[in-house]
Design a protein around this ligand. Sequence first.
Ligand code: ADP
Ligand code: MG
Length: 393
Amino acid sequence: MLSIQDLDLRGKSVFLRVDYNIPLDKNDNITDDSRIKTSLPTLQYLLDQGARVIIASHLGRPKGSFKPEFSVKPVAQRLSELIHNDVIVAPDVIGDEVDKLKRELKDGQILMLENLRFYEGETNNDPSFAKKLASGIDYYVNDSFATCHRTHASIVAITDFIPKSAAGMLMKKEVDHLSQIIFQPEKPYVAILGGKKVSDKITVIESLLDKVDVLLIGGAMSYTFFGAQGLDIGKSFIEEDKKDLSLKLLEMADKKGVDLHLPIDHIAAPDIDSPEEAIHIDGFPIPSQMTALDIGPKTITAYSDQIIRAKTLFWNGPMGVFEVEEFSRGTTEIAKAVARSGAYAVIGGGESAAAVYKISVAGKISHISTGGGASLEFITNGTLPGIEVLKES
Ligand code: ADP
Ligand code: MG
């Protein structure tokens, strides 16, 4: 896989795919610009080398048509402030007018295309749309790891129409760190999986069972495992149609000699909106009117003991409803244990990353992925569609 340092960039038109799918409030104010910030090293490098940068992202789900409320304009403005440079915003994604702007761009200038998802061709990986995106472009650079699991035109098909493709700095960092835990994890290797649905994580659990020594499960997901074993889980979240599968996963863990743990105690309340009625429950049964919403203190201790002994750690998914203070302790304490462990620790994006940033231990973690779904799929398959095409280039 080439990286941007391998390219001779002066005077060249570079298509830079970024992930600027950032949250905006009702008044188009950006509520979190970290995705723009993580792209700046690559962008600055390209500009310093004298490239002409055509930057492109998707934003929200406009579903294939031009919708002004999904315009990238507010994003371009924030980018302009952060990079201390003008950002020309194209009126469209493809077409004659855009091609003219591409041609007129000078060395060290930035042109931002409109929202890629204004065209259906983007999500359909349509070659004719990809060809138009590629018009007038010398090099393709992908710095959008978080979308590399998507076979979309600006990620995959576009590379067929540009002679050379390379990874941006963020992309390279993601691939290097995640590869480290996939291909040469130091043992003991402990994985921590939480979050809501077993169904979202089946393939990653299966692949982790081939690699890890210990698997710690928390979050709502645990209760499908418990329900499947006939335990009383009260009103806790369960995926009825995944009970058989969860029993199979337990069996697989056993066969493969993986030490799989489920919570031994719980914090439960009648529901999410009644945290003042939260109680501690040891084991089972969970009373019929109660919902388990976090792991309990005994589970925190047991899991922390495993985490402290690890040499390699992978964590994805919160241990409870961490958005609510009363149910956030499990996730927070696990985050602290991961930070304390001294292990090579990778966090797979999404909510678990948010938890780590919230308690300010991010500096003690080896790598916090910018991709939730992408990092899980990369851990599972060892590659992603958007990374394969970079390797082929
Ligand atoms: P991730 O995005 O990290 O992969 P998921 O999207 O699968 O994780 O699940 C995250 C959500 O799961 C969070 O919003 C959290 O509130 C919820 N959750 C975690 N534990 C529980 C629980 N015990 N009961 C209900 N919801 C839970
Ligand atoms: Mg999620």
